[in-house]
Design a protein around this ligand. Structure first.
Ligand code: LLP
Length: 427
């Protein structure tokens, strides 16, 4: 977050507010999101791609009604991948034509709701879906704008790729072997569909633009094949999301303008070589927009020193508010934010309160040796895929998301209560 500071007594401030005050007012654990930072990142993406391209925020990273309104105001579009995300987007006033629907197994209900609402595009992910969407659109007397998601065969050879573009996985239709070309053939024949473009998403937490460049090269290759076979030039390509962020100081993320320049250059060059008009480009960043804008605030409960090993520092949340360490071995940093300490750094593992040993928030951290119950710890860069993947494991109550702006804090997603749990438990 861009508005973090530290008072002389060591208390960290966010947008001018002390974290100790935030903890008192909103409790812990809680996510605090810097609204100005979120909006600034939206604008950075918009400005980097300019008016010739569209930026779709990937709602799976974190979505709420307030977020939808911010996106709308900052001129971004929205990628949703379920009926729940679609309903949130529409309810908060995102114009349907600025919404894209994704998913490898969209239900008939999800497709129907999206077509009825008039979403700007549905990204088709299988042969069955081509027919399903066409039938639903025809029945509703509509012609649905669609893209076909292809897998371009980028090898997942570096650890940065949480890969989705190699062939042996569930998403998309492979370019290799001709499945993607066959999907285009089928889609072009159906009255209910207006095929507007090709979509590729190569993976997540990527630092290197070369994977995107290979994808762009191969997608343009398909556009050329389509032109040669069918005499149509599809007007759009979407190159997905996946730009990495800094979770620890070892990570070195690219800026939106670097990725925009790389993508625009390669698409322009490849299209010129193929004799194609340059299609309208779109991208779908999720993590790169929301990830760095939030941190999680925890309170320390118990501390266990294991001589010769490390010290386990337990906080009042854990894998229910951040599953990423357990699931992907993700790395985070952590800081003592409620006071200063001159104590020696001590090898620590920050763990949660859940009933399993894999319930780790930060695997390796150096915290001051005098860390004590009641101290507040902050884990930065938890804006993406933390609240959105939070669970009620052990009947944990999912934490609130609090937006901080202009020295004021307001809840945008409230903390769950036991009544919320009981409401679902109807047995
Ligand atoms: N577009 C499509 C089609 C996607 O599948 C995704 C992410 C995105 C865009 C946004 O990717 P981003 O820019 O946020 O990397 N839960 C994992 C990440 C899974 C991402 C799935 N798809 C995590 O916590 O790292």
């Amino acid at each position: 977050s861009r508005t973090v500071g530290r008072r002389e007594d060591g208390v960290v401030t966010v947008g001018g507010i002390d974290v100790t005050r935030l903890a008192e007012e909103f409790g812990t654990p809680a996510y605090f999101l810097d609204e100005d930072d979120f909006r600034a990142r939206c604008r950075a993406w918009r400005d980097a791609f300019g008016t010739e391209a569209d930026v779709f925020y990937a709602g799976k990273a974190f979505l709420s009604r307030a977020v939808v309104r911010w996106l709308h105001e900052e001129g971004l579009n929205l990628d949703v991948c379920s009926a729940g995300e679609l309903a949130t987007a529409l309810d908060a006033g995102m114009p349907a034509e600025r919404i894209a629907l994704h998913g490898n197994n969209k239900s008939a209900d999800e497709i129907t709701r999206a077509v009825e609402a008039g979403v700007g595009r549905i990204v088709l992910d299988s042969f069955q879906e081509i027919v399903r969407v066409a039938h639903i659109a025809e029945r509703l007397g509509k012609r649905q704008r669609v893209q076909i998601r292809v897998t371009v065969g980028v090898e997942a050879h570096t650890h940065e790729f949480i890969a989705t573009a190699h062939e042996d996985q569930k998403f998309g239709l492979a370019l290799a072997g001709g499945q993607a070309a066959e999907a285009v053939r089928r889609a072009l024949k159906l009255d209910g569909l207006e095929l507007i473009g090709i979509h590729s998403h190569i993976g997540s937490q990527i630092f290197d633009t070369s994977g995107f460049e290979v994808a762009a090269h191969r997608v343009v290759g398909l556009l050329k094949e389509i032109r040669d076979e069918h005499g149509v030039e599809l007007p759009e390509i979407d190159l997905g999301g996946g730009l990495g962020i800094a979770y620890t100081s070892d990570d070195d993320p690219r800026e939106p303008h670097e990725i925009a320049r790389a993508l625009n250059d390669i698409v322009t060059r490849e299209c010129a070589a193929a004799g194609l008009a340059v299609p309208r480009l779109s991208v779908e960043p999720g993590r790169a927009i929301v990830g760095p804008t939030a941190f999680t605030l925890y309170e320390v409960g118990t501390i266990k020193e294991l001589p010769g090993l490390r010290t386990y520092v337990s906080v009042d949340g854990g894998m229910s508010d951040n599953i990423r360490t357990a699931l992907y071995d993700a790395e985070y940093s952590v800081a003592l934010v409620s006071r200063t300490s001159t104590a020696e750094p001590m090898l620590s593992r920050v763990v949660g309160k859940h009933c399993e040993s894999g319930d780790i928030v930060v695997r390796d951290a150096f915290l001051p040796a005098d860390v004590a119950p009641g101290d507040l710890l902050a884990v930065p860069a938890t804006g993406a895929y933390c609240r959105s993947m939070a669970s009620n494991y052990n009947h944990a109550l999912r934490p609130p998301v609090v937006a901080v702006k202009d020295g004021a804090a307001r809840v945008i997603v409230r903390r769950e209560t036991e009544e919320d749990l009981f409401r679902l438990d109807v047995g």
